[in-house]
Design a protein around this ligand. Sequence first.
Ligand code: CP
Length: 336
Amino acid sequence: MTSPNLDAAGRYPAGSAAFPHRSLTGLAGLAPWEILFLLDEAEQWVELNRQPHKRNDRLAGLTIINAFFENSTRTLLSFEIAGKRLGADVVNMHAAQSSVKKGETLIDTAMTLNAMHADAIVIRHQSSGAVQLIADKVDCPVLNAGDGQHEHPTQGLLDALTIRHAKGAEFAGMRVTICGDILHSRVARSNIHCLTTLGAEVRVCAPPALMPADIEALKVHPFHDFDAALVGSDVVMMLRLQQERMSGQFIPSPREYRHLYGLTLDRLAKAKGDALVMHPGPMNRGVEIDSNVADLAQNASGARSAITTQVEMGVAIRMACLDVLTRRTRGLEGWA
Ligand code: CP
């Protein structure tokens, strides 16, 4: 990837010029080399996480607060593991057990966390834009762990890292098909921003009711026919129906949805023979994806599921993001 920020040998500039942002609230607008910098930073943590001893104490003495206003398994646990493996003190705030339940506002909650001198705050919230609101108020870096229908940037990054491990470093010329509830999906948005920025061709497929009206503005190719969308796909990324964000009926029935948009083994055969199957989780097996596809180790033509690899890459990406975004706090040379 050519870039005015890379030298002739393809090295990143020293210090904060490689990633000059205080927070990570989304992937929209990031330069390709900024995304690649985070992916490259994550590689050392992929290696470390595969060792029996998984500690590197570069964040020792720092406090990271995970403030989750929505449920999570993968994102919350992987941010917690990431912070702990880097030696930070990690505290989790679950909104259901917090003073949010007594009517405290989001801003007052954020100012309370700020007063505790957190060195990074990780936030998941049901409202699009809530994370940016907090990032504008507090003194430390803020990492978006998913806000409403807006973005889930570390998911986009971990998905790109998973694809790079499976398919190689060249995203240009790669065809990625994302199928499911595109309308309500922050995962879809972050993946679209990430993958189109890196040069991949992105197809999105959904029933008309679950396709955003402005989808063409995101530089993707929209489809309503899943079989047609799959043709020539290197990667097939499935999304669940986000019932918690739906008011009213968006699909006739889960059975009909599966018939038209579920990923079965037969349907997977329409993609490239060695297609990579992905799903951010949580999955609704038997609706958007069949179990024999979700658990596919590798078939005769090389197609396989990368769903557990996505989870593995999630820890490494979150370690990279926490490390990079706290470099100013730690006074690293070039990051002051
Ligand atoms: N992919 C993802 O965000 O999963 P969780 O909701 O379990 O964090």
